[in-house]
Design a protein around this ligand. Structure first.
Ligand SMILES: Cc1ncc(COP(=O)(O)O)c(C=O)c1O
Length: 452
């Protein structure tokens, strides 16, 4: 038991470190073997005896990231990794140069804890340009280590024990643990898949107005709704929330005095004329919205770990305090490069979206030919699929078969739901990959066709 617990910890840590490093398969195997052999050293304290005493109750409520585990399996089986959402192609040369120049000119010490002035000014400029939202860069922005930290720092800054946070599901897997870490309780509201999915028009993921309303209402005084977490464009569904949907959410937030925490990390990855609307731009929402974003997806630099939260001054102040004690600050030279990234011309974003559209339209037909039913995304770079044609008992069995026998890693749909059975006939593929990677995936998918 001891060996299993410790080995899992090491591999978990190791696979976390590997995100996007492009390390070779043989060196990965060598390192994980090394960790495994350390893990079996007999002198280690038998953690299992005291584990309950030493571990936080909070951690018991969440498991290791399924997405990162699939990346580890992709390496183990030499599979094409369409599981984790990181690009396997180069970041823009201009911004890499800006990072190199920042290091060469010795921007190598702590930045101001809530973010370098250049980056905060660039964020404020972009919010104005893209969403028409006026932001005071001195009082309303906190730069964090990725939007991941921005989200958890925000929840820690606004939630108390007994608060509920409304989350649409399927949801990006961090939101559940983030809410738990902050002492809050996630309250899930279903996004329902479109009925007709495969035609070129696609269908919309929708939610039931009454179910959402009920999530804001409380019959007891034990819990109160503090916030709703929104993610648009959405991971994993590709849904882009419409103005009408956002107005309904706005009305509920105002009626029940609730905050909106909105993760807009895919704001520039949109298809078929979908329009991204920041809920902060709606009347009545500026003072009750925390908008979260980052460099990772728009500039293909998921390993840089630069993200931010934009919020009214009092909330910003609270997030800054949490952020200061969590991480002190995001990488200083990469914040300067971030300022350069946010100054790229509008054509950069048009090309980015167009390149992802081509990749989406490359992968979906190959998946459909193999027997998947695809829910065509309107934004972001994932495609959720229905696997019921393949006759597997559940998504985990299917994903395991796919990685071992077909050589493609995907993410089991259940990891995006509170109740695993809700995602048991779904899996997600990421298409933020080189055309050659998607060609290879399409070639491997041909082996699957005969089984559908
Ligand atoms: C919806 C969503 N939010 C946040 C993140 C993480 O972003 P960051 O790299 O800025 O921490 C991801 C990564 O996949 C994501 O899909």
């Amino acid at each position: 038991m001891l060996e299993i617990i410790v080995a899992a910890t090491f591999i978990g840590t190791y696979s976390g470190q590997l995100r996007g490093t492009g390390a070779s398969k043989s060196s990965n195997t060598a390192i994980s073997k090394k960790f495994l052999s350390y893990a079996s050293l007999p002198s280690m304290t038998p953690l299992s005896t005291h584990s309950k005493h030493f571990l936080s109750d909070k951690v018991e409520h969440f498991t290791e990231s399924v997405i990162r585990d699939m990346t580890r399996q992709a390496m183990q089986y030499g599979a094409v990794n369409l599981a984790q959402g990181f690009p396997d192609f180069s970041a823009p040369a201009e911004i890499k140069r800006a990072a190199q120049e920042a290091i060469a000119s010795d921007v190598n010490q702590y930045a101001i804890t809530w973010g370098s002035k250049n980056l905060r000014n660039a964020i404020a400029r972009q919010m104005k340009e893209w969403q028409g939202i006026e932001v005071d860069p001195e009082r309303e922005i906190v730069v964090c280590c990725g939007s991941t930290e921005a989200m958890v720092a925000t929840l820690l800054a606004v939630c108390n024990k007994g608060d509920e946070v409304v989350v649409f599901e399927p949801f990006y897997e961090n939101y559940g643990p983030d809410a738990i870490l902050s002492g809050a309780k996630p309250r899930f509201v279903s996004l329902r898949p479109p009925q007709s999915s495969s035609d070129n028009q696609g269908g919309e993921w929708t939610f039931d107005e009454q179910e959402l309303r009920e999530a804001f209402q409380h019959k007891t005084t034990q819990y109160q709704t503090k916030a709703i977490i929104l993610n648009t464009p959405n991971n994993p569904t590709g849904k882009v929330f419409t103005l009408k949907e956002l107005e309904l959410i706005r009305d509920l937030c105002v009626e029940y005095n609730v905050l909106a925490i909105t993760d807009e990390i895919y704001e520039h990855i949109l298809y078929e004329g979908s329009k991204h609307i920041s809920i902060a731009s709606l009347d009545g929402m500026r003072d009750r919205t925390i908008t979260i974003n980052g460099l990772s997806k728009s500039y293909s630099v998921t390993g840089w770990r630069v993200g931010w939260a934009v919020a009214p001054p009092a909330i910003t102040n609270a997030i800054r305090k949490v952020h200061d004690f969590l991480t002190v600050g995001a990488p200083a030279p990469l914040q300067e490069a971030g300022a350069a990234a946010l100054s790229l011309p509008a054509s950069y974003y048009t090309e980015l979206a167009e390149r992802y559209r081509t990749r989406r339209d490359h992968l979906i037909p190959a998946l459909e030919k193999a027997g998947f039913r695809c829910y065509r995304p309107r934004g972001a770079y994932y495609v959720m699929t229905d696997i019921s044609n393949f006759g597997f008992a559940n998504d985990v069995e299917f994903a395991s078969f796919l990685v071992k026998e077909i050589g493609i890693a995907c993410v089991p749909g259940s990891s995006f739901y509170k109740h695993p059975k809700d995602g048991s006939q779904q899996v997600r593929f990421a298409f933020c990959k080189k055309p050659e990677t998607l060609d290879e995936a399409a070639r491997r998918l041909e082996k699957l066709q005969s089984r559908a």
